[in-house]
Design a protein around this ligand. Structure first.
Ligand code: NAD
Length: 457
C-alpha cells in the first residue's frame, strides 16, 4: 500500500498531497488509515483511469492459467514446461526433480570447521536428494548454535564421545567426515561400525596403510565409502575429461598443473605433521595428482620430485611449503605438477594435445572456473572460451552419493581411488627425499579404482 502511494506521489501531483498529509499524521488509526487511503486511491484510480492506457496491457489482460506442461507420473522424471526459447541460445537444463524431504538421504556432518560451516551446510540447502540429519562437534556452544540455525533437534546433536550413538539414529544414512586428516581413519571406522555409509573428506587419511584399514572396515560393515573428490563431479573438469576421451585434439601429451595458496598460522593443524600427514602436497597438491589421473584415466608408472621449505619459517617447521613433481604415464604422457603454501593463490592446469590444448583456470576452486581451448582451423588459430553453467560442487557431490545409496551403486570416487593417491604421494615424498625417480609397480587397473561413470551431464 505504501509503495502504491509513493508511486502515485511521484507520478500524479494531485495524489501527492494525500501522501504528504498521511506522513504528517503519525497518530492515524488503522481504521482511519484504511478509510482514508481507500478514498484517496479511488481518487488516484479515477485519475489514472483518465490517463491514456498502455494499449498492449489493455489488450492482453487475461485470466491466470497454466500454459501446457507435460507432468510425468514417475517422480524422477522432470516436468516439461512450455518451450519458448530459440536455438540461438543454449538449451536450459531440465526442471529439477527434488525428492520429498522425508525420502531424502540424511547426512550427519562431523566437524564444524571452515569447510562444514562455509560450504557443506549451506550446500545442503541446495540438495535435491540429501538433507542434514545430525551434527557432531567437540564444542557444545557451536553445536547448539549451528543446530538452531539449521533446524536440528538436540537429540540429533553429538559430541565425539557420543558419536557412536549415531547408530541408533534412523534419520542418519551417511556420516560425512570433515575433520583434520589424521582423524579420518578413526571416525570412518567407528562410523562404518555404526552401520552408516561414509563420505570422507580428502585426503582420505595420512598414509596408504590407514586407507587399507578404512576400506576393510567399510567392507566388513557392508557400507559404501566415498572420498569427497568433488572435481569428479565438476562440469568443466568433466567436459575436459570427455574431450580427452574422444581425442578431440588428438592424444594428450603433457599436463602442467599447479595448486597454490598462502597460510599464516603455524599453530593450525595443517602445519602439524601428526594431524595433517604432510604439507601442501596432501592438502592441495592432491588436486593436481587426482585430477590428472581422473582426466587421463591412467596411473603413473614413475614419479620424480623436489620439495622446498624456507629455512626458519615457523609455518614449515614440520610440513613442506613447496613440492614439485613429475609423473610418467604408460601412454607416454608426462604431467608436471606443483603445490605451494606460500604464494598468492593459483589453481590452474593446461592439457597439451597433439592438435590443441585445454586450459582451466580456477580449476580446483569452489567456483569461477574459466575454460579456454586452442586449436588450428585452416589458416586460423582458433582460441575459444567454453562457458559451462556453474553448479554447487558440494550439493552435486552429496546428491550423487545419496543416489548411489538409494540405488545400491558403488560410488565413482572410491576408497581404492583415495588409497591410490596415498601410494603415489608416498612415492613423491620418497623421490624428493632420495633425489631420484621412484617407480610405481603393481598399479591397479584404472577401471578397478572407480565405480561406474556418474550420469550427471
Ligand atoms: P578446519 O580446521 O576449519 O575444521 C576442522 C574441524 O575439526 C574443526 O571444527 C575442529 O574444531 C575439529 N577438530 C576436531 N578435533 C580436532 C583436533 N584434534 N585438532 C584440530 N581440529 C579438530 O578444517 P577444514 O578446512 O574444514 O578441513 C577439514 C577437512 O576437510 C580436511 O580433511 C581438509 O583436507 C578437508 N577439506 C576439503 C575441501 C574440499 O574442497 N573438498 C576443502 C577444505 C578442506
Amino acid at each position: 500500500m505504501y509503495l502504491l502511494i509513493r508511486h502515485c506521489f511521484y507520478r500524479y501531483p494531485a495524489v501527492m498531497t494525500v501522501e504528504s498529509t498521511l506522513l504528517r499524521k503519525p497518530r492515524l488509526s488503522r481504521k482511519d488509515f484504511l478509510a482514508f487511503t481507500g478514498k484517496s486511491l479511488a481518487v488516484g484510480g479515477a485519475l489514472v483511469a483518465g490517463l491514456p492506457q498502455n494499449p498492449v496491457t489493455a489488450q492482453t489482460k487475461t485470466k491466470a492459467q497454466s500454459p501446457p506442461a507435460r507432468v510425468p507420473a514417475d517422480p524422477e522424471k522432470p516436468i516439461v514446461l512450455e518451450a519458448w526459447k530459440s536455438d540461438a541460445d543454449p538449451k536450459s537444463a531440465p526442471t529439477p526433480t527434488p525428492r520429498p524431504p522425508d525420502k531424502r538421504i540424511g547426512y550427519a556432518v562431523v566437524g564444524l570447521g571452515h569447510l562444514a560451516l562455509e560450504e557443506v551446510l549451506p550446500a545442503l540447502a541446495q540438495c535435491k536428494q540429501s538433507k542434514l540429519a545430525a551434527l557432531v562437534s567437540g564444542s557444545p556452544e557451536k553445536l547448539q548454535k549451528v543446530a538452531r540455525q539449521y533446524g536440528i533437534s538436540p537429540e540429533s546433536c553429538y559430541s565425539y564421545e557420543t558419536y557412536d550413538q549415531l547408530k541408533a539414529n534412523p534419520d542418519v544414512d551417511v556420516i560425512y567426515i570433515i575433520l583434520p586428516n589424521s582423524l579420518h581413519k578413526e571416525y570412518v571406522i567407528r562410523g562404518a561400525r555404526a552401520g552408516k555409509h561414509i563420505l570422507c573428506e580428502k585426503p582420505m587419511a595420512i598414509s596408504a596403510d590407514e586407507c587399507h584399514e578404512m576400506i576393510a572396515a567399510c567392507q566388513e560393515a557392508q557400507v559404501q565409502l566415498m572420498v569427497a573428490y568433488r572435481i569428479h563431479y565438476q562440469p568443466h573438469n568433466r567436459y575436459i575429461k570427455e574431450q580427452l576421451r574422444k581425442k578431440e585434439f588428438g592424444p594428450a601429451k603433457y599436463i602442467d598443473a599447479y595448486n597454490s595458496q598462502s597460510s599464516a598460522n603455524p599453530d593450525h593443524w595443517r602445519h602439524k605433521l601428526a594431524l595433517a600427514g604432510g604439507g601442501s602436497l596432501p592438502d592441495i597438491g592432491l588436486y593436481c595428482l587426482n585430477t590428472t589421473r581422473f582426466l587421463v584415466q591412467e596411473e603413473p608408472s614413475e614419479v620424480f620430485a623436489y620439495r622446498y621449505s624456507t629455512p626458519g619459517n615457523p609455518l614449515f617447521k614440520e610440513v613442506e611449503e613447496l613440492i614439485s613433481w613429475q609423473m610418467k604415464f604408460p601412454s607416454g604422457l608426462i604431467a608436471n605438477c606443483s603445490s605451494d603454501y606460500n604464494v598468492h593463490d593459483s589453481r590452474r592446469y593446461r592439457v597439451m594435445c597433439e592438435r590443441g590444448w585445454y586450459d582451466l583456470d580456477n580449476a580446483y576452486a569452489y567456483a569461477g572456473q574459466e575454460l579456454q581451448t586452442s586449436h588450428a582451423d585452416g589458416k586460423l588459430k582458433r582460441k575459444e572460451t567454453v562457458v559451462i553453467p556453474a553448479t554447487n560442487q558440494f550439493a552435486v557431490e552429496m546428491d550423487y552419493f545419496a543416489d548411489c545409496i538409494l540405488n545400491k551403486r558403488r560410488p565413482y570416487s572410491t576408497g581404492e581411488d583415495g588409497l591410490q593417491d596415498h601410494r603415489i604421494m608416498e612415492a613423491i615424498y620418497q623421490s624428493a627425499r632420495e633425489g631420484r625417480p621412484v617407480k610405481l609397480t603393481d598399479n591397479p587397473a584404472p577401471k578397478t579404482l572407480r565405480g561406474p561413470e556418474p550420469e550427471l551431464d
